[in-house]
Design a protein around this ligand. Structure first.
Ligand code: HEC
Length: 138
C-alpha cells in the first residue's frame, strides 16, 4: 500500500514538473545556445583522448615513453622502434604516421604485428595520436 502510494505521488510529481517545464520552455531555449555549445567543446578534446588511447592500446608494445619496451614487445620481431629517435622522426611524414596508426604496419610495408585501429573513426583522434608519437622526440 505504501509503495503504491509513493508511486502515485511520483507519477503526480512527474506530471506536474512536465507541464511546468513546458511552460518554461521559452526561457530554457534562450539559454540553449550556451548549453548546445558545451557538448561540442567536451567532445572536441582529441589530444586528451589520444593520450588515454596511447596508454591503453599502445604502451603494451611501445612502452610508456615510446621506447619500444612495453611488456608485449619481448616477442616481437622487428621490435617497435624508439619514438625518441630524431632521425627516424625526420624520415617519416605525418601522413605515414596517420596511415600506420589507422591501418596498421602491413598497410605501409611494415610488420603486421603493428595493429591497425579501424574503430578510431575520428580523424582528429588519429592525428592527435600521431602528435603523441611526435612528442616523444621533443
Ligand atoms: C601488438 C604490439 C603493438 C601495439 C599494440 C601497437 N604497436 Fe605500433 N608498432 C608495433 C611494431 C612491432 C612496430 C614496428 C613495425 C616495423 O618496424 O615493421 C610498430 C610501429 C609503429 C610505428 C612506426 C612505424 C614506422 O614507420 O616505423 C608507429 C608510429 C606506431 N607503431 C604507432 C602505434 C600507436 C599509436 C599505437 C596505439 C594506437 C600502436 N602503435 C600500437 C607494435 C605495436
Amino acid at each position: 500500500m505504501r509503495t503504491r502510494f509513493a508511486v502515485t505521488l511520483m507519477l503526480l510529481a512527474a506530471g506536474c514538473s512536465k507541464s511546468g517545464s513546458q511552460e518554461q520552455a521559452p526561457p530554457m531555449e534562450s539559454g540553449g545556445g550556451a548549453v548546445a555549445a558545451a557538448p561540442a567543446g567536451a567532445a572536441g578534446d582529441p589530444a586528451a583522448k589520444a593520450k588515454e588511447i596511447f596508454q591503453q592500446r599502445c604502451t603494451p608494445c611501445h612502452g610508456p615513453a615510446g621506447e619500444g619496451d612495453g611488456p608485449a614487445s619481448a616477442g616481437l620481431n622487428p621490435k617497435p622502434r624508439k619514438f625518441s629517435d630524431a632521425e627516424w622522426q625526420k624520415s617519416v611524414n605525418d601522413d605515414h604516421l596517420v596511415k600506420v596508426i589507422r591501418y596498421g604496419g602491413a598497410a605501409v610495408g611494415k610488420s603486421a604485428a603493428m595493429p591497425g585501429n579501424p574503430d578510431l573513426s575520428d580523424p582528429a583522434v588519429i592525428a592527435a595520436l600521431k602528435d603523441v608519437v611526435r612528442a616523444f622526440s621533443k
